[in-house]
Design a protein around this ligand. Structure first.
Ligand SMILES: [Zn+2]
Length: 215
């Protein structure tokens, strides 16, 4: 996809990672879904790799290898972007429903299980510390090397996390998802400095308007 000329440059390599979870942070590569302020940060396969490196889902050397492979193979780049966006929207569809305390859509859950299984099929169990972790060799499976850790993180979240901690930012047209790790589950915003302050300002302005109208 050609980036639109009036669209600001992608911030895939420096987006705030506020989700407290890799899979939720991945959904936050798009802002303001369904609103005119919608901003897509994953507009190319290179953006996907840049984000994965930024989020430390991909080692820098593996990222370099994949970027070179993408340059040499347009079809691979197109496949990576398509599969990345599909995975992101699956996780988002589940996250939004769960954050609203509704049942996760069965179709999206099935799709996530399928993506995860496809990634694991290309993974290896490698020693890490006292145990083992799933890992992907980019030379053997470049797409899975990028998406595998994210799918695994989503699966782990759904099977092991306290789902009542998955929340959606209450900011206007924000839509970012996060795992609320506060002791009393009191977090409401993606970033207090962004959406929290905006909401505060809005409350202040409407109070001011009410005061003026009353006077
Ligand atoms: Zn927000």
């Amino acid at each position: 996809m050609q980036p639109s000329l009036d669209m600001p440059p992608s911030r895939a390599d420096r987006l705030p990672l506020i989700g407290c979870d890799l899979a939720l942070d991945f959904t936050n590569t798009s802002s303001g879904r369904g609103h005119h302020s919608h901003l897509e940060h994953l507009r190319s396969a290179e953006h996907v790799v840049a984000w994965a490196r930024h989020a430390k889902a991909l080692a820098p050397a593996d990222g370099d290898w994949i970027l070179a492979a993408l340059k040499a193979d347009e079809a691979l780049a197109a496949r990576l972007l398509k599969r990345a966006l599909a995975l992101r929207e699956i996780i988002y569809a589940i996250g939004v429903e769960v954050s609203a305390r509704r049942r996760a859509p069965a179709e999206a859950v099935d799709q996530l299980a399928h993506v995860h299984a496809a990634c694991i099929a290309k993974a290896r169990l490698t020693p890490h510390g006292d145990g083992f972790v799933w890992s992907w060799a980019p030379q053997e499976a470049p797409i899975e090397a990028v998406l595998g850790p994210i799918a695994l993180s989503a699966l782990t979240l759904l099977t092991q996390a306290d789902l009542s901690r998955i929340k959606q930012c209450q900011g206007d047209h924000c839509g970012w998802l996060f795992l609320d790790t506060t002791k009393n589950k009191s977090r409401r915003w993606c970033e207090m400095e962004v959406c929290g302050n905006r909401a505060k300002q809005k409350r202040h302005q409407s109070k001011l308007r009410r005061t003026l109208a009353a006077g």
